[in-house]
Ligand binder design. Sequence first.
Ligand code: MGD
Ligand code: MGD
Ligand code: SF4
Ligand code: MO
Length: 784
Amino acid sequence: MTISRRTFIKASGGTIAGLGILGTLNYKDWILPALAEEEGEKVAYTFHPPNCGGRCSFKCTVREGKLVKIEPNEWPDSVQNKICLRGLSEGERVYSPDRLKTPMKRVGERGEGKFVPISWDEALGTIADKLLELTSKYGGESIIWAGSTGVHYPMLLLPQLLGSQIITMYDIGLDTTAAGGQSMIMGFAWSTTNEITDSVNSNMAIFWGNNVLETSMTDSAFFFDAKESGTKMVCIDPVYSTTAAKCNQWISLRPGTDSALLFGMIHLILTNNWYDKQYVRKNTSSPFLIRADNKTLLREEGTNKFLVWDKNSNSLQPYDTPGIYPELEGEYTANGIKVKTVLSAYIEHVKDYTPEWASKITEIPEKVIFELTKEYALGGPANIQWGMGGTDKWYHSDTMGRLATIMAGLTGNIGRVGGGVGQGTQHGTCWSMDVEFGGWELPPEFKAADLEGKFFEYVNKPNAVKAGVFQGNPIHQYFPDYNKAKEWFKGFEFIVAVDSHQCDTVNFADIVLPAGTCFESEYDIGYLITERNHVLLQEKVIEPLFESKSDFQIEKELAELMGFAQYMPESPEEFVRAQLNSPDPSLQGITVESLRANKCVMRLNVPNEPYRAFMDHQFYTESGKLEFYSEDFIEEGYALPIWEEPNEASPSNPLYEKYPLALGTPHTRFRAHSTYSNARWLLQINAEPLVRINPKDAQARGLSDKDFVEVFNDRGSFQCRCQLANDMRPGMVQISEGWWSRYFKKGDLQELLNPNINPRGNKLIFGPHIALLDTLVEVKRVEE
Ligand SMILES: Nc1nc2c(c(=O)[nH]1)N[C@H]1C(S)=C(S)[C@@H](COP(=O)(O)OP(=O)(O)OC[C@H]3O[C@@H](n4cnc5c(=O)[nH]c(N)nc54)[C@H](O)[C@@H]3O)O[C@H]1N2
Ligand SMILES: Nc1nc2c(c(=O)[nH]1)N[C@H]1C(S)=C(S)[C@@H](COP(=O)(O)OP(=O)(O)OC[C@H]3O[C@@H](n4cnc5c(=O)[nH]c(N)nc54)[C@H](O)[C@@H]3O)O[C@H]1N2
Ligand code: SF4
Ligand SMILES: [Mo]
């Protein structure tokens, strides 16, 4: 084969063909080298769905039916034209010899991963019969349908038609966000902060347990815009993360102690009068009155309105009475009941949470706490963007969310240009979050069954579940104490797995169905998504490979076999048209036709400026104010948040003597969770799981770099090599989440994770979450 220089140059530059030809990689079986350029070439546009939060739009080149090149598509604003190493390596993953090629049925033990090929007729016939049988025997609720977060077409219609339970991503995290949002919103708590594109208007932007440069790579440009504009970028992270390395200041702390830092900061703000009195009086529940007798807020009889002490009339008045001047501080007697303002209660409450105390708990020097607080409070606008990994996955994560929100409220940083506080990974705050797509209507008699709590709790609670249909890898990714979870799944009567690759969940299946990747479809049009203030559409890039079928087609054919054909859309296009058939003004003029005429990416009809939450200071709470005091949690002694040591990963835990290291499992740029675990191009630069440990901790255990080790606790263990890393904080180890079990010599990191659940979470919008970081382990050298 000869390659002309012209073809070579044309094909390289980050393209799949280029990478294939250039170096050590040799995937001759799928790369079509040096074709006669444009001859027979087709271009198709699609978006990339893995749950990295990016959802980049791709321009794909297809030659002779093969995907040969993936490039960033042109968005209306070129700053969005992006692609990362994962996107670029898709070509290899799509054509990987590892692909699931045919339907299969289990021949070994459940979990063993031994299968034999069967026909689609046999596979779908078996599934349809079994699901109908289980539904009539035990009811629809006996079947759970769970999809991974990056699945671009989650099957949602058939489970409703069967009355099954549908499990969603809200099962994993979000307590920080829910608890923070609780002060602002009595419902869905996304988009409580300002879009990252607004950080150029901040004087300070704090990335708090949020490795944005790795976990929201498509926002990197906005991060650097802000930094270059002079915004002081601060990272609060026990580890010198990618983001910490690019910030102006890195503040390291003992893992799980963020709330103690916030208590210290709030103490300083309140005792030094660094708070914005005017803002606080007008926009927060600070002047509301807490009753000494039962801890509820004082309300007006009849109207049930919150009462405040009006300075003008020296009397109690409903908080929304025009012309009043509510006192922020004070204790009063109202109809014989002692009351005190919420702000006074806070001032008293944080008295002992001094910076000195906070410094002891967090191990941050007191001076650093003082300076950070002063700058945050007085040098605003300041923005806090917490993550969904670092601060959200602790037993007491809710406290961090509530305190950060209160601190932002005290300093007038909510509803302010350059301000904001909230979930800041994955471009989770933007105009797109408010879009209301139309939906595919099913007759009202078809409804999913109510969930029986949280998916990860099912393992330990009586429940109705006998069978599961899984798209992607939820068995592996959604459970702490994985050994226990595996036992639960082994007891199932029936499991179906749908995936393009043999991830760990597939190994548990009775029937495996090979799914097409996001590039493959039987139909010209795929699915729709809104991201980064745009609407993106998928076109078919290539036909389904091997014997695979798209998730849509699988759901449709199963529905037909079960007698539900009339309720299903004919094609993804029909589904997409129903979604776009919405009165939402931001979708005006956006149709399948206009999208296709615009390379499948169009900006929503939304303002050009960054999304900024609560600019009108109208909060969706009972009072319409930012609520600092939570009556919902009086019973738990948590109406005012309190400091609690981590549930497991704390030196005060007796277990600490045996297991003195906190285990972190951050997200990595080399994968989207478990997707790309087996992507060979990425494995060339990220070859194996490594547990990262500070040299001091390594030395204490007699470990050298690349030694083979076992990481263990009472719940389980895994074996891999260790990496001595100065960026790791002593007292903790980290390994990136998402490695499939097969990459460990023994065990799996999911086995070690803490399954304890904070019951308080049941009162939050998304329910409780997994405390995966609240985990203690020990490390020892073992023979390889
Ligand atoms: N490339 C890539 N991007 C992703 C994903 C992916 O898998 N790959 N997943 C996406 C998803 S679904 C999510 S939820 C997000 C998660 O996004 P992030 O919230 O950024 O998640 P992590 O990387 O888990 O954690 C962020 C940082 O928190 C630090 N940390 C650990 N413990 C603590 C602590 O106690 N306090 C503080 N302050 N920091 C701590 C970690 O060292 C880490 O650097 O990423 C999204 N983006
Ligand atoms: N230890 C630890 N565990 C964690 C986390 C952590 O920080 N630490 N983070 C948690 C978080 S925040 C999240 S969001 C979850 C994410 O975990 P998941 O939501 O499970 O995400 P992935 O692991 O990316 O799952 C992707 C799987 O779906 C398959 N897939 C991709 N596209 C399609 C498709 O179109 N159709 C079908 N049928 N299959 C497809 C892929 O091949 C892959 O096997 O992980 C959680 N688990
Ligand atoms: S993996 Fe995420 S950031 Fe990378 S190309 Fe795909 S959508 Fe974009
Ligand atoms: Mo997540």
